[in-house]
Design a protein around this ligand. Structure first.
Ligand code: UDX
Length: 466
């Protein structure tokens, strides 16, 4: 088993640290955010992520040595603000964020650079620093040079987890990518990473996970691909760009359906049956948001520009604009549905997270639309099962109602912006008794339109006819 440090304990790092401990490694998680740490030190998730609480709990398991806490006992998983504790580990994962820069589209590398700077004094010859953060191509080669004087090596090991499925995606990823200095299988970093991911690579047996109750699926072998740094960095950026393009493609078709006539949901089903295309990520609606897709495609354009190959990814500018146009269209459609004027209209906003099963509102299309509706004179009442506190922190001016019934009561219109199951499966008859006017605009194309119409509702959807 390996002694691991994880620098940065957000959506990526906290889940990675807990997952690594659950399969038997000794893990020290380091973060500078005291509020987050307070929760993690008590093995409580600092954000909403299904399955994380159970995984953290498993990390409390005592062990005979390594990871001694203040009380002298030794835990499989410990969290601290003291980066010098990373000296006890030999493999160090960099899991800090790379948000969009304040003044440009480029990725802000401040947190990655300071994580490496803070870690440097504690590195020893033979250690491996493993980058997981999404970085512009070329960063890993630079960082490898920087850590070289300590005798440590660097690998790039991008992470593809989806929020809301982060535990599952971390424990059982589709593939594992090793970007290593030589780009080849015999690089010393490969053997180290193989030990870290032994539970995924072994197959045929449940890993050490069984010991702490979070078992790796017996028999499942995850493909792992060894490559150079640049390819590893690009795998992540290319994957996110492809996914964003797929969503914007179907949303462009939605624009066409809106003007030419046609139903984008039927269109998506029909083209999705072609196995070369596939139905996943073809849900037309309000488009993509969150802490990854939007900023990653912008950072990719910025990096390509720096490299003088801007043309190669200029289509991503269009992907971004199609995505943003959906938000404006949603406001227009709501205005149309409500008779041409939004002023003074009470609108129930169902969902404010950027997608279901998360409390994350970073670049949330739902929050953007709610703000635009309010600016257009509507009085929005927002409900969401998990994301209200985060949304309130971003926009305290808006009105929030934790209770769905309260949000619906007296509404002149309902807009569904995040497809949480409870909104998707809302009973149109019961909801119809609460609202002032039975008008719903489905920003995610998920409600049963026929059931709503039978209950007397007017239903509008992006890319669909009345
Ligand atoms: C994404 C990538 O999937 C993940 O591999 C990467 O590591 C981080 O970025 P995430 O941001 O958690 O993950 O969300 P994802 O499930 O990919 O959804 C992204 C956005 O696209 C959401 O706003 C979602 O609502 C939207 N979306 C998704 C659509 O609008 N239509 C679809 O068909 C699918």
């Amino acid at each position: 088993m390996t002694h691991i440090s994880v620098i940065g304990c957000g959506y990526l790092g906290a889940v990675h640290a807990a997952a690594m401990a659950s399969v038997g490694h000794t893990v020290i998680g380091v973060d500078t955010d005291t509020q987050k740490l307070q929760k993690l030190e008590n093995y409580q998730p600092p954000f909403f992520e299904p399955g994380l609480a159970e995984l953290l709990e498993a990390g409390q398991a005592e062990q005979s040595a390594g990871n001694e806490g203040a009380d002298g006992t030794s835990q499989r998983l410990l969290f601290t603000s003291d980066i010098s504790r990373a000296a006890e580990a030999s493999v160090h994962f960099i899991c800090v964020g790379t948000p969009q820069s304040q003044d440009s589209n480029a990725a802000d590398m401040t947190y990655v650079n300071s994580a490496i700077n803070d870690l440097m004094p504690h590195l020893k010859p033979g250690d491996l620093v493993v980058g997981k953060s999404t970085v512009p191509v070329g960063s890993a080669a630079e960082l490898a040079k920087k850590v070289a004087p300590t005798g440590a090596k660097l690998a790039w090991n991008p992470e593809f987890l989806r929020e809301g499925h982060a535990v599952e995606d971390t424990l059982r990823p589709d593939r594992i990518i090793y970007g290593v200095e030589s780009g080849s299988e015999d690089d010393p970093a490969v053997a180290i990473l193989d030990q870290v991911y032994a539970h995924n690579l072994r197959g045929g047996e449940a890993g050490a996970a069984g010991e702490v109750g979070v078992a790796g699926e017996a028999g499942a072998v995850t493909p792992r691909i060894v490559m150079d740094y640049q390819t590893a960095e690009l795998v992540k950026t290319a994957a996110n760009s492809f996914l964003a393009t797929k969503i914007s493609f179907i949303n462009a078709m939605a624009e066409l359906c809106e003007t030419a006539g046609g139903d984008v949901a039927v269109l998506a089903d029909a083209i999705g049956m072609d196995k070369r295309i596939g139905r996943r990520f073809l849900n037309a609606g309000l488009g993509f948001g969150g802490g990854c897709l939007p900023k990653d495609i912008r950072a990719f354009i910025a990096r390509a520009d720096e490299l003088g190959v801007e043309q190669a990814v200029s289509f991503l500018r269009e992907v971004d604009s199609i995505n943003l146009r959906r938000r404006a269209r949603m406001v227009d459609l709501t205005r149309e549905a409500l008779g041409g004027d939004l002023s003074g209209k009470r609108i129930a906003v169902l969902g404010i997270a950027f997608k279901p099963n998360t409390d994350d509102v970073r670049d949330s299309p739902a929050l953007d639309v709610a703000e635009r509706l309010e600016q257009a004179g509507a009085q929005v009442v927002i409900t969401d099962p998990e994301a209200i506190e985060n949304a309130r922190r971003r926009d305290p001016e808006l009105t929030y109602a934790p209770d769905l019934t309260e949000a619906l009561t007296g509404a002149d219109g309902v807009v569904l912006l995040t497809e949480w199951p409870q909104y998707k499966n809302l009973d149109p008859v019961a909801a119809g008794e609460l609202v002032a006017q039975k008008i719903i605009v489905d920003g995610r194309n998920v409600v049963d339109r026929r059931a709503y119409r039978e209950a007397g509702w007017t239903v509008r959807g992006l890319g669909r006819q009345e």
